[in-house]
Design a protein around this ligand. Structure first.
Ligand SMILES: [Zn+2]
Length: 364
């Protein structure tokens, strides 16, 4: 299980981009022009609760350079038709900072974002990390690569198994849902992302002698129980610290993903699921079932919105599949409970080898 402070970083990133006030209404309903011209020209507009805008207006909308003091942030920068557009700097009350280009009030173009000691520097496309960028972690680890819709696609050539590698067959089960508001359908992009995940996991594992090989990518159906809402309430409020709670979650997950029907007994099964189906508090970026030695499976969320660093998550879960429990230092080691390191010490590799020989060699 992988609890990550990184989540906060991305949740914040997503929320930031949701705020786009309709100032035409705000002017007339809640705000008061206290200085200058707040329709066309320079002015100061006061909002209730101390919120305040100082800057240029055009047709009653923020336009040009301005400074906005809002509930949870302070923005200094450019606007166009009431939206952040051009260069700007945003300081959040949480301590997060964004400096860079905006379009349609979203991060777009070159930018820098810092939160909880994690820094992203690179290009954005409508709020997502997109293109070239680097992530710097508090430990000093720097990951440089290519991002597509906030999903890290490391710029590595396709990792191939070495001649003496232990090949671990992997079956990908993409859980399909098409019911009410729960809709998840596999696209080519999903498949590309899944393949990139496996490739990145192999990149991190490349010096260990293990190689994860996709043998099948399948669409599978979810079995949504009648008391789904009740189950979701339980999942959201339980912290899964107690082992019986984790057992209950595993049992529910197996049913939900039709595990018996779809699992491939000759492979490690990965279930990619819609986050709405299953979002346990604290470890929604994936977990591995370590319960049965012969039945190893990994659960990972789609479509990467909440877990753009899913590639690390998968590599970490593979460690659990190979019998490794949480060890090491945050931000440095792959098998630390939190953080996104890539270190896999020799001692862990020998644990994995022993576990494989004893429990997993039926996967040959
Ligand atoms: Zn874990």
């Amino acid at each position: 299980m992988k609890k990550i402070s990184v989540i906060i970083f991305f949740v914040l990133l997503i929320n930031i981009n949701n705020f786009s006030p309709s100032f035409a209404e705000t002017i007339y309903n809640n705000a008061k022009c206290v200085k200058g011209n707040c329709m066309n020209g320079e002015g100061v507009l006061n909002f209730p609760n101390g919120k305040k805008y100082t800057g240029s207006f055009k047709k009653g909308l923020f336009n040009g350079t301005g400074s906005l003091l809002w509930d949870n942030y302070k923005y200094n920068g450019e606007y166009k038709n009431g939206k952040r557009d051009g260069y700007g700097k945003m300081i959040y009350s949480s301590g997060a900072i964004y400096e860079g280009y905006y379009k349609d009030s979203k991060h777009h173009g070159e930018g820098f974002f810092s939160q909880s000691g994690i820094i992203y520097k690179g290009t954005y496309e409508y709020g997502n990390f997109h293109g070239e960028g680097t992530l710097t972690f508090p430990s000093g680890v720097v990951e440089k690569g290519q991002f597509v819709k906030s999903k890290f696609i490391r710029k590595v050539e396709k990792i191939a198994p070495r001649s003496n590698s232990i090949i671990l067959p992997v079956q990908i089960n993409i859980v399909q849902v098409n019911k009410g508001n729960l809709i998840s359908i596999t696209t080519n992009e999903t498949i590309e992302n899944v393949k990139a995940d496996i490739n990145y996991a192999n990149y991190l594992w490349k010096d260990t002698g293990f190689y994860f090989k996709i043998i099948d990518i399948k669409n599978t159906d979810a079995v949504i129980p009648k008391d789904f809402q009740k189950k979701m309430k339980w999942i959201k409020k339980t912290n899964f610290k107690k082992s019986n709670e984790s057992d209950k979650l595993n049992k529910y997950t197996r049913k939900l993903f039709n595990h018996k029907k779809y699992r491939n007994k000759k492979a490690i099964n990965i279930y990619y699921y819609l986050p709405d189906l299953l979002q346990p508090k604290g470890f929604k970026c994936g977990w591995a079932s370590m319960k049965s030695k012969k039945d190893r499976w990994v659960v990972l969320p789609l479509p990467y919105v909440d877990c753009p660093l899913g590639s690390w998550g998968l590599a970490h879960e593979f460690g659990h599949v190979l019998g490794i429990h949480h060890v090491g230092k945050e931000g440095k080691d792959l098998m630390a409970e939190t953080g996104w390191g890539k270190n896999i010490p020799i001692s862990e590799v020998s644990t994995a080898l022993k576990f494989y020989e004893k429990n997993l060699n039926h996967l040959k």
